[in-house]
Design a protein around this ligand. Structure first.
Ligand code: ASP
Length: 349
């Protein structure tokens, strides 16, 4: 464990997820004893791959979860843990459930701005001990990228690929190749036996290399502070009002159509304008996974501009929503918050 002296080996933080689960009475459930179980799985890799693996320190959260139970509080807890310990390690690997892994990775990117070393999040579609499990392969890939000093950001290593954390989405519910970054190229990949990093695709110098972490308290936003509202044909102003008039709500992500289109319904647009006027931070992305939005391109979308809704361009829903949470948790003036939402902070847009 790692509370003692600085170490030259990466730190692995286990938060839960299928990777560490075992069969229980009611299905798979998170289990402890991860250090020994992980060591056994990595030992079973072919000798040459085993030999290329760095040794590591391990921090196992005492209460591993299925990542469907994560909230902004868990994102905050994890970022603080990394911020407290990262200086003692060349890199950090986070073992996490795949279901909300992209949300956590996105949130870490905003909290750990200016990162000067790798933080690599991974998990598995099958538990460590399952026949043909992807767990050891994914941890191997994550560990090898976690000791590459040219990687200076939060990334996801999964299914042979390295993706920017704040650009990635869970794309498959069963396949081992479970993550994709639809609007951003891979940061690296496994070629043959070895991980290959594409450093020219990393963040720009201004975006990395000088840690300027922002670790605000997400607690006040954790229960319903930000909502995600996907439009559908027939959505009514009354339904959107029910979301936006909730006094606990401070911001919302709207998932609109195509290139940035919404129904030309004055009542609906009026509800959005009213919420913006009350200081709620509203942003929009497209329901199309590829490409971004261009608010105002169609007359029907112009109303979003007039209602003060910000364009989230080609961001993933995970990146846009975690950015709303992050900016709303910071003590910023409304104008500055809106400016930052529209600015690329960590390669998210
Ligand atoms: N439900 C699990 C979780 O997200 C799935 C996984 O780990 O892949 O923790």
């Amino acid at each position: 464990m790692t509370d003692n002296a600085p170490s030259s080996v990466p730190l692995v933080i286990y938060t839960g997820g299928t990777l560490g689960m075992v069969a229980g009475e009611h299905g798979l459930t998170p289990d402890g004893n991860i250090e020994a179980r992980l060591a056994r799985a990595l030992d079973a890799l072919p000798a040459r791959r085993r030999a290329a693996l760095p040794t590591f320190d391990m921090l196992a959260f005492p209460d591993p979860i299925d990542s469907s139970a994560a909230t902004p509080r868990e994102w905050q807890r994890l970022a603080r843990e990394i911020a407290r310990r990262y200086r003692d390690h060349p890199g950090v690997v986070v073992l996490h459930g795949t279901d909300t892994l992209a949300w956590t990775a996105s949130s870490l990117a905003y909290q750990l701005q200016g990162l000067d070393r790798p933080v690599v999040v991974t998990g598995a579609m099958q538990p460590l001990e399952a026949e043909g499990s992807d767990a050891a392969d994914n941890v191997e890939l994550a560990l090898r990228f976690a000791v590459n000093p040219a990687l200076k950001e939060v990334a996801i290593a999964f299914g042979g690929k390295l993706l920017r954390g704040v650009r990635a989405r869970k794309w498959q519910s069963h396949d081992a190749d479970a993550f994709a970054s639809p609007n951003s190229p891979l940061l690296g990949e496994r070629i043959g036996r070895d991980p290959v990093l594409y450093p020219e695709r990393g963040l720009s110098h201004q975006e990395r290399g000088v840690p300027r972490f922002e670790l605000p308290d997400y607690g006040p936003l954790a229960e319903g502070g930000v909502a995600r509202i996907a439009l559908w044909p027939g959505i009514t102003a009354r339904q959107v009002t029910a979301w936006l008039e909730d006094p606990a709500l401070k911001g919302a992500l709207l998932e609109v159509w195509g290139g940035g289109n919404v129904p030309e319904d004055p009542a609906l647009l009026g509800v959005l304008a009213k919420a913006s006027g009350q200081g709620k931070l509203l942003a929009a992305i497209s329901q199309c996974p590829h490409g971004g939005i261009d608010i105002g391109h169609y007359a029907a979308g112009q109303g979003l501009n007039e209602a003060g809704v910000l364009s989230a361009d080609d961001m993933t829903p995970e990146a846009a929503l975690t950015k709303l949470v992050h900016l709303l948790a910071r003590p910023l003036a409304d104008g500055e918050r809106r400016r930052r939402f529209l600015t690329r902070l960590v390669g998210e847009r």
